[in-house]
Write a protein that binds this ligand. Structure first.
Ligand code: TRP
Length: 358
């Protein structure tokens, strides 16, 4: 595959592209990306990268809010996440991959925004609430409670119009919109009120049937998983918990195996047929074996997933061979991102009338 070498794109050319609307989205670089990331957000980014000026944040500062005791995780995963981006088809000519900690304007904006939100409002954020219960209990660090504010800074630093995310991020976007509205009311129209963009499948359940796929939950299929790993994970997947034998009628709604079929199997007709047979239950033509057992549904799912992942794996391997490529892409993307954030910072300081020396 021919991968264009781009890191030397002049920053100015990128900035001249002012008529395009902007996308900002990001991921915490705490592990490789999984098919849930793909369905929830990556596929929208790939689709929209031609139309929008796209910034993709490697949110290492945010990742530190619950990994501050093991910062080495970030160094180990930054490269993996960028390889995942490139492998699914995000084009570094069109997207700036930006390292969050190298854009100090985001930290600066966070400090100003912290005044525009109450502690009670932060503690009510449903995502944060769940995460506090899961990860911290009573001893939650202030930095963690406040991470939605820094996410508002992420989005507005690039003055983004659109944020493609999974629905678990809704509370963050909502909070961002509130902060922006408050800022604009207080200091004059300065910041864009961002909209979120969901995929048709906004959230993929875990292989264990849990509501969300996640690294720490050990229920994820990664974009870089090889064929044998995918087969193994799919065969171990949860299905309809109430269907104890293959001849019983089964439920397809919310059944993770069918949710994945919907998301990844391009043969819609076959999927519809399988759903019908699964719902119906009973025995097949030989009068003994189930009409459609879980094993068959899983086999076909593993095949569909592997067909989807194969080109991604190949591309990933090719890109990984060049040691410096990812680093160059990150360096160039971060420079572009920083330039954009500087413009926002200037506008913010002017609006707040703290641009003391003009
Ligand atoms: N909170 C997001 C996640 O956990 C990652 C993220 C950080 C993000 N900053 C962002 C997403 C800005 C959208 C916009 O996946």
């Amino acid at each position: 595959m021919n991968i264009p070498f781009i890191p030397s794109i002049p920053v100015k050319i990128f900035l001249m592209n002012q008529e395009k609307k902007r996308i900002l989205t990001g991921d915490r670089p705490t592990g490789p990306l999984h098919i849930g990331h793909y369905v929830g957000s990556l596929q929208n980014r790939v689709k929209l990268q031609d139309e929008y000026e796209t910034y993709i944040l490697l949110a290492d500062v945010q990742a530190l809010t619950d990994n501050f005791e093991r910062p080495e995780i970030l160094r180990a995963n930054m490269r993996e996440v960028v390889l995942d981006y490139l492998a699914v088809g995000l084009d570094p000519q069109k997207c700036a991959f930006v390292v969050q900690s190298l854009v100090p304007e985001i930290a600066e904006l966070t400090v100003y925004y912290l005044n525009l939100v109450t502690l009670v409002r932060l503690q009510r954020n449903p995502t944060v609430k769940t995460e506090i219960a899961q990860k911290f209990g009573g001893e939650v660090p202030a930095g963690f409670v406040c991470y939605p504010v820094s996410q508002a800074a992420d989005i507005t630093a690039f003055n983004a119009h659109l944020v493609p995310v999974g629905d678990d991020q809704d509370p963050m976007i909502e909070q961002t919109r509130e902060i922006v509205a408050r800022f604009n009311r207080l200091y004059g129209e300065t910041l864009v009120v961002p909209d979120k963009l969901h995929s048709p499948v906004a959230r993929l359940p875990g292989t264990d049937g849990g509501a969300k796929m996640g690294k720490s939950l050990d229920n994820a299929i990664y974009l870089r998983d090889d064929e044998a790993t995918v087969n193994k994970k799919v065969m171990a997947m949860f299905t309809d918990p109430n269907r104890l034998r293959g001849i019983e009628p089964g439920n397809v709604e919310g059944n993770p195996v069918f949710v994945y079929h919907d998301a990844f199997n391009p043969d819609r007709e076959r999927v519809a047929e399988m759903k019908e047979m699964y719902r119906q239950g009973g025995v097949g033509p030989d009068g003994k074996k189930p009409l459609l057992g879980d094993v068959q549904v899983k086999r076909e799912l593993a095949a569909a997933l592997n067909a989807f992942l194969e080109p991604i794996r190949t591309r990933r391997e090719e890109l990984a061979r060049d040691e410096s490529f990812v680093r160059d892409v990150l360096r160039a993307g971060t420079a572009r991102g920083r330039e954009r954030a500087r413009q926002t910072m200037d506008a913010v300081r002017t609006a707040m009338k703290i641009d003391y020396f003009g």
